[in-house]
Design a protein around this ligand. Structure first.
Ligand code: B1M
Length: 648
């Protein structure tokens, strides 16, 4: 049985000889160059110049010698960028960084000193207000013939000469991702609430480009195409990034349009990548024709492998999920990796429908011993037939399970949203414990993300003689408390939360000069940033905005912040609190470096250190000597108040 037959059987929910294995078959199932170099050395293979498969993520093309040794079943056939567009890296013009712009006009940069990835720093539509900006934008040519020059022959070669499945990459990323990347995340999510026409125009423009690409690519590859790839990150660690209703109204019909278009032109299975906790929308994905999900982020809420297989295994293939890159793969021992891999094989392997790959690309800091422990376990336990997956002997001892329970709340200590009932509101009004109508309007406008209305209400309050401090305490704080509670109980998602925070920020900008003039003391002062090497700033921004909404003065240092910058900010601003955020297992250790640097610089005792982000836990916070940990933005505000002894 060759690799193509093996993968095709698995995708048709049949059991081949063994579970197919993917390392390097897609830009989402490969390996960071650092980990790859270590792996080659560990395998006793000669050092060589490693070819980069995807410059942004700095992942390697897996060479033939490694492929042979490990029996990799999958191979990528399509380039992601136009062949005529060449990335030109500028080494000189930005101090400390090398950078380039891609064919979508997005700017990417990598720190020269110890950077792992290229991160976005420029979004071409960041300041755009009109649809003409979208119409007049120099979009990449999706049907540039150079893009397809070798595609047909590569597909034939892979399928016929090598006997491997043909996996056809799409035009860059998904339409949601490209909209977010060209617009910038800070605008993208609020746009879904307050600028929807503009945003859907952008999305539809990108979709037209994607369809034009598929229109040419699919007939060219014809029956060789076994798998076609689409993607869009729709979820984070704890749940969907957008409300499922918004997904169903705005995103799902557009995904369906793409899937229908592909299905009308090809029998290939559709592989869809979305990180995070997507369980809630897997039935929608099945409904619109998605056949395969990746990366199966087993450590995200609700993504327990056994339950996924039980509930969706007849209709969906799981491509990934073999071992958790956020946990045991990076920090565990080889024995712990073996235990986890065996368990995922048993959970996901029976009746086919499983292509074994780590959860997402193998990150830079995964030790080669763990990669080989993963691979050896797959060899030992990943066969089908007598004694294999689904037919274990009676004396087989299953691997230990440590699944988290399924929950929808983002925070373990989430409070239910505390909107008073009409009766309670009436009773409060009678007791005199109520806000004037103007402040209720202000609160409603903030909660609804209507910045203009919120600012207008604040202007009116100032005109009526209320002071800036009252606008914070009676307008912003109660509104943002409700917003935080709605976020924690999964009633609000990123778009609603960010739109509300922007409305609150609008008011703060209006009243800031008055606050300064009256020397009113903020609830506390906080310096916050995402640690060096880490670009993820959506969560950190939410924490910053919620702190502002709770009356804190926040100095936001942005993403990719080294220890020296935090120390300089402590010396300059004298905050009570420093907040550190990290989403990557490769950057969480930077928190320890930063806390140690505070110690060395003699400023550790001047501040409380609060940490958070998907790569961080309470245990980790304790281990590095932080003062507090918070799992989400609402909890971060509560913890900050507790640490600074601010009244709730
Ligand atoms: Co990236 N990414 N990403 N990514 N990304 C993750 C984190 C990942 C888990 C995905 C996965 O494996 N399936 C994975 C990390 C794996 C690991 O660590 N082993 C990953 C990776 C590998 C990467 C890249 C390497 C590329 C890649 O291979 N995909 C690359 C690295 C870039 C870099 O940092 N140098 C990368 C890039 C990107 C994008 C640019 C595309 C984008 C980030 C955009 C941006 O932030 N400007 C992105 C995204 C969106 C994600 C996922 C899908 C979602 C993250 C998010 O925004 N969540 C994520 C999947 C996941 O989380 N499981 C993933 C929503 C946000 C509200 O939640 O940030 O957790 P979160 O913040 C919460 C809490 O954590 C907490 O409160 C917030 C609000 O409730 N919190 C704090 C956060 N900071 C806090 C601070 C506090 C207190 C609480 O006190 C100070």
């Amino acid at each position: 049985m060759n690799s193509r037959q093996r993968v095709k059987m698995a995708l048709n929910h049949l059991e081949p000889d063994r579970i197919p294995f993917d390392l390097g078959g897609t830009v989402l199932t490969s390996i960071h160059v650092n980990a790859y170099r270590n792996l080659r050395r560990y395998l006793g293979l000669p050092d060589k110049d490693v070819e980069i498969m995807d410059v942004f993520q700095q992942i390697a093309v897996v060479d033939e010698d490694v492929r042979q040794k490990l029996g990799c079943d999958c191979r990528n056939v399509a380039p992601r960028s136009s062949a005529t567009f060449k990335i030109v890296v500028d080494e000189d013009s930005m101090p400390g960084y090398r950078f380039f712009h891609d064919e979508w006009g997005i700017g990417w940069r990598m720190p020269k000193d110890g950077g792992f990835y290229y991160d976005m720093f420029h979004h071409p539509f960041a300041n755009s207000t009109s649809i003409d900006d979208i119409k007049n934008f120099p979009w990449p040519d999706p049907v540039d013939p150079a893009r397809f020059a070798t595609l047909k022959e590569s597909a034939r070669h892979v399928a016929e000469d090598l006997g491997e499945p043909v996996i056809l990459g799409g035009l860059a990323a998904g339409f949601v991702e490209l909209a977010a990347w060209t617009r910038g995340f800070a605008h993208f999510y609020p746009d879904l609430v307050t600028n929807l026409d503009w945003m859907t125009y952008l999305m539809d423009t990108i979709i037209d480009l994607k369809l034009a690409y598929w229109e040419v690519a699919l007939p060219l590859v014809g029956d060789y195409a076994d798998v076609v790839q689409e993607a869009d990150d729709l979820a984070g660690q704890f749940g969907l990034l957008i409300n499922p209703e918004t997904y169903r109204k705005i995103i799902k019909p557009r995904h369906k349009k793409i899937m229908d278009f592909i299905k009308a032109r090809s029998d290939a299975k559709i592989f869809f990548h979305s990180c995070g906790a997507i369980r809630e929308i897997i039935p929608d994905m099945i409904e619109i024709g998605i056949d395969i999900i990746n990366p199966v982020q087993v450590s995200a809420v609700g993504m327990e492998s056994s339950a996924l297989k039980r509930d969706f295994g007849n209709d969906m293939t799981f491509w990934g999920g073999l071992v958790d890159t956020q946990g045991v793969f990076t920090t565990g021992t080889p024995d712990e990796v073996r235990e986890e891999v065996r368990r995922r094989i048993d959970d996901l392997g029976a009746n086919g429908g499983f292509v074994a790959a780590a959860v997402h690309n193998i990150q830079a800091n995964v030790p080669p011993e763990n990669i080989m422990a993963m691979w050896e376990t797959l060899q030992e336990f990943g066969t089908y037939g007598h004694g294999g997956v689904g037919q274990r002997p009676a004396d087989y001892v299953p691997a230990a399970r440590h699944d988290k329970p399924v929950k929808v709340s983002t925070s373990p200590d989430a409070l239910p949203a505390q909107m008073p009932t009409p009766e309670e509101a009436a009773a409060q009004a009678e007791e005199g414990d109520f806000y004037p109508d103007l402040f209720l309007d202000m609160q409603d406008a903030i909660i609804d993300g209507q910045k203009a209305e919120a600012v207008a209400a604040a202007e009116q309050a100032l005109a009526d003689g209320y002071d800036a401090q009252t606008i914070i305490s009676d307008g912003i704080v109660p509104a943002m408390t409700i917003v935080g509670e709605k976020f924690e109980t999964a009633e609000f998602f990123l778009p609603e939360m960010m739109a509300a925070a922007l409305a609150a920020r609008g008011i703060l900008e209006l009243i800031r000069p008055r606050l300064a003039a009256t020397h009113a003391a903020p609830a506390g002062r906080a310096v916050i940033g995402t640690v060096k090497g880490d670009l993820h700033d959506i969560g950190k921004n939410l924490v910053a905005m919620m702190l502002e909404g709770a009356g804190f003065e926040v100095i936001d240092l942005g993403p990719d912040v080294p220890a020296e910058k935090f120390i300089a900010a402590i010396n300059e601003h004298k905050p009570g609190l420093v907040g550190l955020s990290a989403l990557l297992t490769t950057t969480a250790p930077m928190m320890r470096v930063i806390v140690n640097a505070f110690q060395a610089a003699g400023v550790r005792d001047e501040v409380k250190v609060l940490v958070g982000g998907a790569a961080v836990s309470q245990e980790f916070a304790d281990e590095i000597g932080a003062d507090g940990y918070a799992p989400d933005a609402g909890a971060a505000v509560r913890k900050a108040k507790e640490l600074l002894a601010v009244a709730a």
